[in-house]
Structure formats: structure tokens, C-alpha cells
Design a protein around this ligand. Structure first.
Ligand code: HEM
Ligand code: HEM
Length: 507
């Protein structure tokens, strides 16, 4: 029967809606059945009960486990998750669920791509889903930052460089633990949840996409929820078992005290670089300059003045300040020679105020007091000063290289295990970032972080907007990959024409 276009759309929409409504009788009988009736898919195309269309549910299962384990971790705190056997187990479940989540999501994306499941009117289903995927990748890095081991330190420093390169350093600073915590346990999960609701409501309204070719046979069948939950149960059991067998790694973090004890000369040269504002932090530029603090004030005068206030020593800083500029320069040069000398006996009775300060600060650092004072200078649990100082010493990069996890070694993908083949795996999903770095020679480029952020940002944008990009969005149809998914069902031709809500919109 001929109907005007707008009426046809209305019929299709209402039929699609009916497909997922529960029985009105049941709904009135029981509140939970009413809710389930509203949320479930009730009728699906015959291929809709295969594993390929359970992937969205499996992703939701992972998200639920992540929220439950994540809230437990946040509630119990860092000491618990690093030292208590149950804490280590829950942390490992969280990590293995992330691994499962990303594998499931990649498979879910592949099915959506191969079957052109993003065609109108489902384009926004893809857009919401793809945005979730980008947020999940970001979420993993903030998660590693919370762990509290060496990996957290190294990833935080590399991540900060990346965000600074992306011009977002002011808003996203992984060196600030409080901020990373808020982002990881509240802000990003909330955004993911909101996007998921939008994703699911749309998909539930439209139903599973029908084949894009008329000659693909299918029937409409009842959705099999039993098999769906069985698959979810198997996945959770697998995660729990893997977490029991292979714990999330822990390598002790680097402390300033370790550097100062192991190599006092390095400690001194770093302090001097902070003093005369020539350190990496003092001269940091990466398309924006987020480290606007004065390194002399933060790393030298503030801890030193605090120390002499408590101990009543003579104020070498005041003496230095009162000197003429040329004498200050000479003092700094002599202090440089002192820091690099193998035999320091010639400086034993030196009254050079810079050397006096070094001789106060280095023992303070060796005893752990210096790091505590730096932390006190930050108003909240913010590790920016400590981590930037450690980065200036070069100790973080040296340790990362010794563990095979420097950026040049594509180390994030290996985590602290030093090998891609050891379990649990690192964040292998960052391999494309390593490839971009190598392919474009970004590691040796002073603007490398900015360029990597721009390239990655563009890739993410193309990925999110994919259903809206003309011609490119036809690629899956041209490749004709869908039979691999649909071909598993030998359904009969439908007895009556099913609503194909997408056909009118593609026309
Ligand atoms: C938290 C993450 C996600 C959850 C919980 C989720 C959940 C779901 C569910 C339950 C469905 C319906 C059944 C199914 O096809 O499995 C679905 C469909 C869909 N999802 Fe997702 N999804 C997520 C992420 C994504 C991502 C990252 C993408 C793509 C970039 C995506 C694209 C799609 C598409 C295109 C469909 C429609 C498939 C069709 O009708 O043939 N989703 N999603
Ligand atoms: C998309 C969801 C999430 C992803 C991808 C994710 C990812 C991660 C990763 C990769 C880690 C490091 C794991 C390790 O130490 O081995 C982590 C840690 C952590 N996550 Fe999540 N997470 C998610 C959701 C949540 C939620 C919802 C919360 C809390 C409400 C949470 C709280 C935590 C806490 C407290 C830690 C630090 C403890 C630890 O190291 O495991 N996470 N997360």
C-alpha cells in the first residue's frame, strides 16, 4: 500500500518499538518484570542470538565489574590494594576486566563495522559508542596512574607530556593524584555511563539492525536471554580465574631519597639546575608551558628555609641573596665543580652559600625529609613537584629503560613485566601510539607530544564521525564482510515483511 513518506516512517518506528515491549499483563503484575520488560530486547533477527550480538551485553558486564571492583578499591584505599592479599586480588580483577573489556569492545566495534550496524537511523548509536571507546582508553591511563608504583610514576610523567602537548595540560594533569583520582573514579565513569544510556536507549528503540541486502534470509525470533547470561557468567569466571593466577604487577616507586643515596652528585647537579633555572622543568615548553612555578623557589629556597626555621642554622640563602651578581655567578660555578668532583676534600671548609645549601639539602633528601617538604608545598595530594624533580634527575627514564618500558621500547604496552608475552599483559592497546611515534619520528622531535596528540585526536575524530563520512562509510558494504556474521544462521525468509527502519533513511 502506498503511504506518504512521513507516515511510512511512523509505521516503521512504531513497529520497531513494539518489537521490544514486554507483555502488558506481566508488566502490571510485577514491578521488576515491568522494568525488565522495558529494558530487554524481546524480538531479534535470527542472527541476534549469536555471540556476535552478545558483545554489547558482555561489554556491559565488564563495565559493571569495573564499577564494583573500582568502588571497592577506592573505598579501601591504596595501602589495602597494594599490600592486603584481598586488595591485590581485587586490583587484579579490575585489571583483567579492563583487558576483557577492551577485547570485547574491539570485537563489538568490528561486528558493528562489518554489518554496517551504524547505518541510519543508528548513526548516533555508533557516535555514542565510539566516544565511550575513546574515554575508556583515556580512563585506563588514569587508572594506572592511581596504582601507586613505578608504572604510575612513569605513566603519569609521560601522560602529562602528552596532555601538555594537546594543550590540555591545565585541565588534565596526571601528576596531580587528587585530580587523577576524581577523573578516574567519578568524572569519566559518569560520562561513560551517560553515553551508554544514550547508546542503549537508541539501539533498544530501533532494534538490532536488519541485513543491508534484501537477499539475506532471516526470521524474527525471541531473544534468548538465558544464553546471554551464560556467556556473561563464563566471561566473569574467566576473569576471576586469571586474576587469581596472574596478579597485577608492582614495582616499587622511585623515591628522591633513593636517588640522593645512590648518587649524591646527581642529586646536587639536579638541585643546581633547579637553582639556576636550567632544568627540564624550568625550561619546559611543549606548545604550552604548564610548569609556571619557579624551580628555585620550589626546590631550593622553600625546603631550605623550612629546614633552617626548624633547626636554627645560619641562613646561607640570605647570604647568597645579599651578594653582588658576579659573586653569585662565581658561587654557582664553584658549586657546579663541587657537585661534579670525585674528591671533594678541597671544598671541605668552603663558605660558598650555594655549597652550604647543597650540603644541607642532600642529607635532607637522603633521609626522606626533602620529598616530604616538597609534598607539603602542594596543597593537596599532588605529586607534580616530586615527579617533575625525579624526571629532572633522569632516574625515571633510566629505570624505565632498565625494565624495557621506555617509550622508544613501546614500553607502555609491556608494563613492568618487560615482555609482551608475560601475564598480565600491559596496555597493548597503546601500540598504535608507539607506531605513530616511530613512523613520524616524534620521539626526537621537540614538538613530538603535540604532533602525537594532533594525529591521535584526528584519528579519534574520524573514528567517532565515521557513519557520517560519505563514501568511506560505504566501505564495509563494498568489502561485503557481513555474511561472516549473518551467514551462521540458515534462517528462512520472513513470513511477512519486517520493518526496515533504516532503508528509508539511507535512500
Ligand atoms: C560500554 C561500552 C558499550 C556497551 C555496554 C554497548 C552495548 C551495546 C548493546 C547492548 C548493543 C545491542 C546488542 C549488540 O549488538 O551487542 C549495542 C549495539 C551497538 N553498538 Fe554498542 N556498546 C558499547 C560500545 C560500543 C562501541 C565502542 C561501539 C562502536 C564504536 C558500539 C557500536 C554499536 C553499534 C553500531 C550497535 C548496533 C549494532 C546493530 O544493531 O547491528 N558500541 N551496543
Ligand atoms: C571504564 C572503566 C574503567 C577502566 C577502563 C579502568 C581502568 C583501570 C586500570 C587499568 C587500573 C590500573 C589497574 C592496576 O593497578 O593493575 C585502574 C585502577 C583503579 N581504578 Fe579503574 N577503571 C575503570 C573504572 C573504575 C571505576 C568506576 C572506579 C571507581 C569508582 C575505579 C577505581 C580504580 C581505582 C581506585 C584504581 C587504583 C587501584 C588499582 O591500581 O587497581 N575504576 N583502573
Amino acid at each position: 500500500m502506498w503511504l506518504p513518506l512521513h507516515t511510512r516512517r511512523y509505521v516503521r518506528y512504531s513497529e520497531a518499538m513494539d518489537e521490544n515491549q514486554g507483555s502488558p499483563k506481566e508488566e502490571r503484575a510485577n514491578a521488576f518484570k515491568t522494568l525488565i520488560g522495558k529494558v530487554y530486547f524481546h524480538r531479534v533477527p535470527s542472527y541476534g542470538n549469536t555471540i556476535f550480538y552478545s558483545l554489547g551485553f558482555l561489554a556491559l558486564t565488564c563495565l559493571t565489574v569495573l564499577v564494583v571492583t573500582g568502588i571497592t578499591l577506592a573505598f579501601m584505599g591504596q595501602t589495602w590494594w597494594l599490600t592486603n592479599p584481598w586488595g591485590i586480588y581485587v586490583r587484579s580483577v579490575h585489571l583483567w576486566t579492563v583487558q576483557a573489556f577492551i577485547i570485547v569492545l574491539l570485537a563489538h566495534i568490528l561486528v558493528g563495522f562489518m554489518t554496517s550496524g551504524f547505518r541510519p537511523p543508528r548513526r548516533m548509536v555508533w557516535v555514542f559508542g565510539a566516544t565511550i571507546f575513546c574515554l575508556v582508553l583515556i580512563q585506563t591511563e588514569f587508572g594506572y596512574g592511581l596504582r601507586g608504583d613505578f608504572s604510575s610514576q612513569y605513566r603519569a610523567v609521560s601522560g602529562a607530556d602528552f596532555w601538555n602537548g594537546a594543550h590540555l595540560g591545565y585541565w588534565l594533569n596526571p601528576l596531580n593524584y587528587t585530580q587523577a583520582f576524581a577523573l578516574h573514579v567519578a568524572i569519566i565513569p559518569f560520562a561513560i555511563f551517560a553515553l551508554f544510556i544514550a547508546h542503549y536507549l537508541l539501539e533498544h528503540t530501533y532494534g538490532i539492525a536488519r541485513p543491508y541486502r534484501k537477499d539475506v534470509p532471516y526470521t524474527m525470533v525471541a531473544a534468548n536471554h538465558r544464553i546471554l547470561f551464560l556467556r556473561g557468567g563464563v566471561l566473569v569466571a574467566l576473569i576471576l580465574a586469571l586474576a587469581a593466577l596472574f596478579h597485577s604487577p608492582y614495582v616499587a616507586p622511585v623515591r628522591i631519597a633513593d636517588v640522593a643515596r645512590k648518587d649524591p652528585g646527581l642529586m646536587m647537579t639536579t638541585l643546581l639546575a633547579e637553582f639556576d633555572r636550567t632544568s627540564d622543568t624550568a625550561t619546559y615548553f611543549d606548545s604550552i608551558d604548564p610548569y609556571t612555578f619557579d624551580t628555585r623557589q620550589v626546590y631550593i629556597t622553600a625546603p631550605y628555609e623550612q629546614y633552617i626555621l626548624d633547626n636554627g642554622n645560619q641562613d646561607a640563602w640570605a647570604a647568597f641573596e645579599n651578594e653582588p651578581a658576579d659573586l653569585q655567578q662565581a658561587d654557582l660555578q664553584q658549586a657546579e665543580a663541587y657537585a661534579n668532583a670525585t674528591d671533594t676534600s678541597a671544598f671541605a671548609s668552603s663558605t660558598n652559600p650555594v655549597i652550604v645549601m647543597l650540603n644541607t639539602l642532600v642529607p635532607m633528601a637522603q633521609g626522606g625529609l626533602y620529598e616530604s617538604l616538597l609534598n607539603q608545598e602542594n596543597p593537596t595530594a599532588n605529586n607534580t613537584y616530586v615527579l617533575r624533580f625525579l624526571d629532572d634527575t633522569g632516574a625515571l627514564h633510566a629505570k624505565a629503560a632498565s625494565l624495557d618500558m621506555s617509550t622508544a621500547e613501546w614500553g607502555m604496552a609491556k608494563d613492568e613485566t618487560g615482555s609482551v608475552f608475560k601475564l598480565p599483559p600491559g596496555s597493548w592497546w597503546l601500540l598504535p601510539l608507539g607506531m605513530i611515534n616511530s613512523a613520524f619520528g616524534l620521539l626526537s622531535n621537540p614538538y613530538g607530544d603535540r604532533d602525537a596528540a594532533v594525529i591521535l585526536g584526528l584519528i579519534m575524530l574520524l573514528f567517532v564521525a565515521f557513519p557520517y563520512i560519505p563514501y568511506v562509510n560505504r566501505l564495509p558494504k563494498l568489502l561485503h564482510l557481513a555474511p561472516f556474521i549473518w551467514g551462521r544462521t540458515q534462517g528462512k525468509r520472513p513470513r511477512q515483511a519486517e520493518p526496515e527502519n533504516e532503508r528509508a533513511d539511507t535512500a
